[in-house]
Design a protein around this ligand. Structure first.
Ligand code: AMP
Length: 408
């Protein structure tokens, strides 16, 4: 997808989020349409169904995670006729992933009520635009440069220093579409490899972070804002492995992370959730790595550990209800269940627990209903509630299931 193309511009033109004075309140009983039908859509529908809403998800998979818990339209994401049918069945439309087709977004805004608009999608679909928006909101990002040629990459490597991270501006996720350049000899190969994507490239200074954190903020269509407690995230092979809450950092860092997320969600005039991924350095600096304009894997801990889950909060925000209280009720560690973990996890969770384990940790299993447990595929997660995060981590370690990851 070319970032500067006409499609993207169409997305930019008429896509502001709804203003508080023209926001609607969509009450229970109404139907919410979701672009995308993966696990985020499923958990959104489960939370919203409990509040009395109906859901229809549009997704190319016939029996995907969301289709199993609500209505569905089986269609490609860029199918305009199908999107039009979705608009006809729904009172409000949201999305569960950020690479929403520009034409479909513009069309839905004409035919239906899309309180989130498409400006935020336009911004977060492209790393350069996202960085500029984050800076405009008053938060720091790693020093960066736009790269249009191998020579430019050479010049910017000289300016920013090594190591540096070359990324495609669009389409990357879970570490795909990036190359950590550690020596000048790697420049031609890195440029050749990433240029294949046919999108602009961004070079970032490598941040020697001590921890990765994330914070999810919500802003309702009426302009109300709330922020969830920050999570400390541990990735393995670029895929989220653990979210630890409360994050094991100083209170002042937590406060600053929350402040930054609120500044960003307000600065962007976003409606719905915005997940903010952060790098924390040894000297206490916070850099924004990237944003996601939707529920986020690192916010799954909220499902049992917070008074309001990220999914309920998202439904409340787009439907114009008062936002729920996001405060933490219990320390928690979320561990992702990937394809290779499903079998042992199901065995462990169905086996009788020892008294000690039952008393100290309460593991809550969520599975997304995906048919094929492929290696590395996100199949579910467990929220381990415990008196403290050490006890939750001990439960995870005690299962032996994530041994390889924990040793990585
Ligand atoms: P991203 O796709 O941008 O979220 O990057 C995936 C992972 O790569 C991050 O979670 C970091 O662990 C690492 N990473 C990305 N950008 C940088 C950077 N500028 N400095 C250090 N590590 C990075």
């Amino acid at each position: 997808m070319s970032a500067g193309g006409g499609k993207q511009d169409a997305l930019a033109r008429n896509g502001a989020a709804v203003k508080p004075d023209s926001a609607r309140t969509i009450g229970p009983g109404a139907t919410v349409g979701i672009l995308g039908g993966g696990q985020l859509g499923r958990m959104m529908a489960l939370a919203g169904s409990a509040m009395g809403y109906r859901f229809v998800a549009m997704d190319p998979a016939a029996d995907g995670p969301a289709a199993q818990v609500g209505g569905s339209i089986e269609a490609a994401y860029d199918d305009r006729d199908a999107a039009s049918r979705l608009a006809g069945r729904c009172d409000v439309i949201t999305y569960e992933f950020e690479n929403v087709d520009a034409d479909v977004a513009a069309m839905l805004m004409e035919q239906s009520y899309v309180p989130q608009g498409s400006d935020l999608l336009y911004t977060t679909q492209h790393r350069l635009r996202e960085k500029r928006a984050v800076e405009a909101a008053g938060a720091k990002v790693a020093p960066y440069a736009e790269i249009r040629s191998e020579q430019e990459l050479r010049d910017e490597v000289n300016r920013l220093g090594l190591p540096a991270v070359l990324k495609t501006a669009t389409g990357g996720y879970d570490g795909k579409g990036q190359w950590v350049i550690r020596s000048e000899e790697e420049i031609p190969a890195a440029y050749a490899e990433l240029a294949k994507a046919g999108t602009e490239l961004v070079l970032e200074q490598f941040i020697r972070f001590s921890k990765e954190l994330s914070v999810i903020a919500a802003r309702s269509s009426h302009g109300e804002v709330r922020v969830f407690p920050p999570a400390e995230n541990i990735h393995v092979d670029n895929i989220l492995h653990l979210s630890i809450v409360p994050a094991r950092v100083e209170a002042s860092v937590l406060e600053e992370a929350e402040r930054l997320a609120l500044r960003i969600v307000e600065g962007l005039g976003a409606v719905g959730l915005v997940a903010v991924e952060l790098f924390l350095t040894e000297d206490g600096q916070l850099y924004v790595n990237e944003l996601a304009p939707r529920p986020h894997n690192s916010g799954h801990f909220t499902m049992e550990a917070c008074r309001t889950s990220q999914f309920e909060q998202h439904v409340r925000a787009v439907c114009g209800l008062p936002l729920g209280n996001p405060s933490l009720m219990s320390p928690v560690v979320m561990v992702n269940v990937l394809g290779q973990h499903v079998e042992p996890v199901v065995q462990r969770i169905t086996a009788p627990d020892s008294e000690a384990a039952r008393l100290s940790a309460v593991p809550k299993l969520h599975l997304y209903g995906k048919a094929e447990a492929k290696y590395g595929r996100k199949m579910g997660h467990i929220n381990v509630l415990a008196p403290d995060t050490d006890a939750a981590l001990a439960w995870i370690e005690g299962t032996g299931i994530w041994q390889a990851e924990n040793e990585a």
